[in-house]
Design a protein around this ligand. Structure first.
Ligand code: SF4
Length: 213
């Protein structure tokens, strides 16, 4: 990438990390996959149970593969489930896990996390349950404020996810939110996480580059 553009992105990440820390969330910035895995290993070294929410970012950055390779005995991976009942059980395990991995749909420069969810299992585990929440986030998900976060979801994250999941929703056809009442709607809950009570329970690892939607 052009050095000037990279400098601007780095400054934006630094600003966002400071804002997250004001909201009692810990921020990190890594520039390579090996740096990401080394950091993750250090954060989950004492874990006995690890879970993860559905996330393109976790797949694209190699985190899910890393957890399956190195932590298979303690990683409850929904992808290895063979029935809806088993998947439901993994969703519930998230609430008693040491670490819950996910991404976030947007991070504002004011240090807020903004997410939508269909089932609600992902956002509810972010809010309460797991001892720590590690969010892996491409720098493409930083936005200026909550209005920009909502626009990002309506025009990028939601439609792209409905295409990925082949949901029968109008945004899959039109390419942006139509405020539908489809039974397949993926944005049933809109959640903003602002200042936290448990300092550094939520950790946001920014990864240099574009990941997820
Ligand atoms: S409300 Fe419907 S159309 Fe809008 S993003 Fe959600 S699923 Fe798509």
């Amino acid at each position: 990438m052009d050095n000037n553009l990279q400098k601007i992105i780095d400054l934006r990440v630094e600003k966002t990390i400071k804002a997250l820390e004001k909201n009692l969330m810990k921020g990190y910035y890594v520039k390579s996959q090996s740096e990401l895995m080394t950091l993750i290993d250090s954060l989950i070294a004492d874990d006995k149970l690890i879970t993860a929410g559905g996330s393109m970012t976790l797949t694209e950055t190699g985190v899910i593969a890393h957890l399956n390779e190195k932590y298979s005995s303690i990683f409850a991976d929904r992808a290895s489930c063979s029935s809806p009942e088993e998947i439901e059980e993994v969703f519930r395990k998230a609430f008693i896990s040491d670490t819950f991995f996910a991404s976030t749909n947007a991070v504002t420069e004011n240090g807020e996390l903004y997410n939508i969810d269909g089932n609600g299992n992902r956002v509810s585990a972010m809010i309460f349950g797991p001892k720590q929440v590690i969010l892996v986030v491409g720098t493409n998900k930083i936005v200026s404020d909550l209005d920009a976060a909502k626009t990002r979801l309506a025009k990028i994250a939601c439609p792209a996810n409905t295409v990925r999941l082949n949901c029968d929703t109008p945004c899959k056809i039109v390419g942006e939110c139509q405020n539908c009442h489809s039974p397949a709607r993926i944005c049933c809950s809109y959640v903003t996480l602002a200042q936290q009570r448990k300092k550094d329970r939520i950790k946001v690892i920014f990864v240099d580059g574009n990941y997820g939607y």
